[in-house]
Design a protein around this ligand. Structure first.
Ligand code: RB5
Length: 143
């Protein structure tokens, strides 16, 4: 199950992502927002992060205007590793090296064609399971 969330800056691209996931036969839940009206990205970052921490969803996709505000908020929550991606190489590496559990994108930054390729790369790339990457990920949440 994939958790989706956006503010108004990411709403349109989120609709494209939903259609794409449905076309691939992948299940998703939309945690808002529900329209293009101005709203506050931290609400949706927290909802999607919680859905992952609660085990309701395995991965998340968060979209705001730039991908930045929504990923900063998600990354404040221990256990969340949200990566802003504007290209497929980064999307691949953040799964393989960082085991990122949330993809963040900017609806005002990437066009739908590239964004959907980034989504596919993020969803289809497994974590490498390499010890050095596991060690570094464990260090992220160290106090
Ligand atoms: C909203 O105008 C915009 O600030 C927001 O979508 C995001 O880009 C913030 O980082």
């Amino acid at each position: 199950m994939i958790a989706l969330g956006s503010d108004h800056g990411g709403y349109e691209l989120k609709q494209e992502v939903k259609a794409h996931l449905a076309g691939r036969g992948l299940e998703f839940r939309d945690y808002g927002c529900d329209g293009p009206q101005s709203t506050d990205y931290p609400i949706y970052a927290r909802r999607v992060a919680q859905a992952i921490l609660d085990g309701e969803c395995d991965r998340g996709i968060l979209i705001c205007g730039t991908g930045i505000g929504i990923s900063i908020t998600a990354n404040r929550i221990p256990g969340i590793r949200a990566a802003v991606c504007t290209d497929c190489f980064t999307a691949h590496e953040t799964r393989a090296h960082n085991d990122a559990n949330i993809l963040a994108m900017g609806g005002r930054v990437v066009g739908a064609g590239l964004a959907l390729n980034i989504v596919d790369t993020f969803l289809d790339t497994p974590f490498s399971q390499e010890e050095r990457h596991k060690r570094r990920i464990a260090m992220i949440d160290e106090k």
